[in-house]
Design a protein around this ligand. Structure first.
Ligand code: SAH
Length: 351
């Protein structure tokens, strides 16, 4: 019988793993580095385009292996700030979102780590239909590669935030693998300090990440200064309460020497009062911390509305006067459904 062997997808394998894959065929080790350069540096998927490989090897690779790629099915560009949101289709049909943010801290890509999310935060569109599946490391890296490929020749991606759909620490192994692949010098060469992982606060994941000794930036979605309100907004707080979460963040800061960023989305009438700002300041004062205030993106399904600019400013000033480092994140992509999960929701609803 003629059995058809499934081809090995090389996207997601490290250069060492590519080397191991090729070794039984007598391919010299340095070829793995060349192949990794094509895949993770130039975003090339066709072996025929890997022109520094001998033709026989290219043909052989075509028989045994493949380099899977995401397909861009929709883009939305913001006229206001240049943000571009991509909707990608994975092999198997799942849809994921990524965002290209051209300014701010340099060219930045925001990637998704899961198809949907199981955390159930009340203000978030990604979680409304639960988590379909984890993304693979190859699919996470490919979001950056696909965007990078579409940039003008003199532009490159400088930083990546793991802040799209999904909870990165709920897909730990693939996310850390993706971070290492993005860091490869023959690949995108994105330094660990320019990689930010955002979490809803999964304490064992934070502890494990501290042990990796990768100096990635940790960003924690706080959104409330006390247990009661945080549990109402984020069910994860029941399992990993705020008090213990802050201690875990302190240990992360100590182990890595990196300041932890706390995200606080401001939702009108829910968590935006000056007294909550004062409570937040009391909790964070003296910690190696910085607060990022983000006026909430409206989510129609959840009746989430941002406060007006005066209330945002008042909240900021209370923190600042208490000696807590704080910035207000520029609202990017408000006009293009850029809050995580929104473009996919619209595609699911059939617009
Ligand atoms: N699960 C991770 C990363 C994905 S969410 C986390 O929770 O951090 C990325 C950020 O977008 C989080 O800070 C999340 O709270 C925020 N977010 C979710 N819904 C939002 C909305 N409607 N408006 C603004 N930010 C939102």
């Amino acid at each position: 019988m003629n059995q058809v062997m499934a081809k090995t997808n090389l996207k997601g394998l490290s250069p060492d793993e590519i080397k191991e894959f090729l070794a039984p065929f007598g391919v010299p080790g340095y070829r793995a580095g060349q192949i990794a350069g094509w895949i993770y540096g130039r975003g090339v998927s066709a072996f025929s385009e890997m022109t520094n490989l001998p033709k026989t090897l290219r043909d052989r690779l075509g028989e045994m292996a493949e380099v899977q790629s995401l397909e861009a099915v929709e883009t939305q560009s913001s006229d206001r700030d240049g943000t571009v949101k991509y909707l990608f289709r994975c092999a198997g049909g799942a849809l994921v979102e990524s965002v290209w943010l051209p300014h701010g801290y340099g060219n930045n890509v925001c990637v998704s780590t899961q198809v949907g999310c199981r955390m159930g935060c009340h203000f978030c569109a990604s979680t409304i239909t639960g988590c379909e599946r984890d993304l693979t490391a190859g699919e996470i890296v490919d979001q950056v590669l696909q965007i990078s490929r579409r940039l003008p020749p003199d532009e490159r991606v400088r930083s990546v935030v793991f802040m799209g759909m999904g909870e990165p620490l709920d897909n730990y192994d693939q996310v850390v693998r993706a971070m290492r692949l993005m860091h490869l010098p023959e690949g995108l060469g994105i330094g660990y300090r320019n990689q930010t992982l955002s979490t809803s606060g999964i304490i064992p994941g934070i502890e494990r990440l501290a042990g990796e000794r990768l100096p990635v930036t940790l960003s924690v979605s706080l959104h409330a200064p006390n247990e009661e309100l945080r549990t109402r907004l984020m069910p994860v707080n029941r399992r990993y309460p705020l008090a213990r979460l802050l201690e875990a963040c302190d240990r992360y800061a100590e182990a890595t020497g990196r300041r932890v960023t706390y995200e606080y989305i401001l939702i009108r009438g829910i968590n935006d009062s000056p007294s909550l700002a004062a409570e937040l300041a009391r909790r964070l004062r003296g910690r190696l911390a910085h607060v990022n205030l983000i006026p909430a993106n409206p989510v129609p399904e959840r009746r989430i509305i941002p406060p007006g600019p005066a209330a945002v400013e008042e909240f900021r000033v209370v923190l600042e006067q208490s000696g807590v480092g704080v910035t207000v994140r520029r609202e990017m992509g408000r006009d293009i459904d850029a809050a995580c999960g929104q473009l996919r929701r619209r595609a699911q609803r059939g617009k």
